[in-house]
Design a protein around this ligand. Structure first.
Ligand code: SF4
Ligand code: SF4
Length: 312
């Protein structure tokens, strides 16, 4: 039975595709973006995350751990990377709720049950597979997409595009829509801000443009990365050449990830940057419209605080 690592299943999202979505967050991401609002989702396996602001260094977690691997005030990953079995004893013993398990192994059937749980899905609702990066778990993702297709559910895959082309092709045949997260064209800046080259990402977007009729490009507008006129104009002109792009959604960077990042060892390296002001966002959207691309500001539709709010 195929299984994979899942961070969360969130019901009723209006930011992850058309209509009301159930969003399945698969664990693991090959990028290391400075503005990541969910760093605990980046690891490929389940992990223990500790909020240092809450930790009292009492050592109850250490006493409770049957494997002898818990360290007061510190998180870590689970098997196979460490000897932690994710039994949860340390989380239960923590008197301040500082410790948390992020991610669980789930079968395809368990995820589908979660998707259909409670109020189920209406005919115009859908399921979005996000992350992390869902293409980090190809057999799991394709099995989930097939399961949704059997039930007649609309599907979307939210990808950073950093994946082997053959995996993208396999998923393209099963997904109704792609949400493609584009960052910037400047190769050096992309490498510095995300930890990876953008060459494969740009090539995969061109590939998807040839393969798939429905693409939404999502662009986080991040100070210092892609908010200068030359970069934005270049992005707009590039996206305009990709067939299949229905929409560009600008996602304003905001330091909403600070709280989540405090629970991770890395911290949020953009925590002090100011979010882009509404006129800046509208001007950025205008550059895409000038290139003939439909563009919206996602924050303007959703309201403050909802953008990029991954559930844990
Ligand atoms: S989850 Fe279990 S094995 Fe892992 S650190 Fe906590 S108590 Fe120890
Ligand atoms: S039990 Fe909780 S509060 Fe005490 S040291 Fe462990 S993580 Fe910190």
């Amino acid at each position: 039975m195929i299984s994979g690592y899942v961070s969360n299943i969130r019901k009723g999202s209006t930011e992850d595709g058309p209509g009301r979505r159930t969003t399945v967050f698969l664990k693991g991401c090959p990028l290391d973006c400075w503005w990541c609002d969910h760093p605990a989702g980046a690891g490929p396996v389940s992990e223990i995350v500790v909020n240092p602001a809450r930790c009292a260094r009492c050592g109850e977690c250490v006493t409770a751990c049957p494997e002898g691997v818990a360290v007061a005030g510190q998180g870590h990953r689970g098997r196979p990377e460490t000897h932690c079995t994710m039994c949860g004893a340390c989380v239960d013993a923590c008197p301040t709720d500082a410790r948390q398990i992020v991610g669980a192994t789930m079968t395809v059937a368990e995820v589908m049950a979660g998707v259909l749980a409670k109020d189920g899905l209406a005919a115009d609702d859908g399921v979005t597979f996000s992350g992390g990066e869902p293409l980090m778990q190809p057999p799991f993702l394709t099995a989930l997409l097939s399961g949704c297709r059997e039930l007649g559910l609309h599907t979307a895959v939210d990808t950073c595009g950093f994946a082997p082309a053959e995996q993208l092709q396999a998923v393209a045949a099963l997904s109704d829509l792609f949400l493609f997260d584009l960052k910037c064209l400047d190769a050096a800046r992309h490498q510095a801000y995300t930890g990876v080259s953008n060459a494969l990402i740009l090539e995969n977007l061109r590939l998807l443009g040839r393969l798939h009729a429905r693409l939404w490009v999502r662009l986080p507008l991040v100070p210092g990365l892609n908010d200068d006129p030359a970069e934005l104009t270049g992005l707009a002109q590039f996206v305009a050449t990709i067939p299949g792009v229905e929409l560009v959604q600008l996602l304003p960077y905001r330091p909403s990830g600070v709280q989540a990042s405090r629970r991770s060892p890395e911290g949020n390296r953009l925590a002090t940057a100011a979010p882009p002001a509404p006129p800046t966002l509208e001007a950025a959207a205008g550059r895409f419209r000038a290139a003939g691309v439909t563009a919206t500001v996602l924050g303007a539709e959703l309201g403050v605080g909802e953008v990029g709010a991954h559930g844990l």
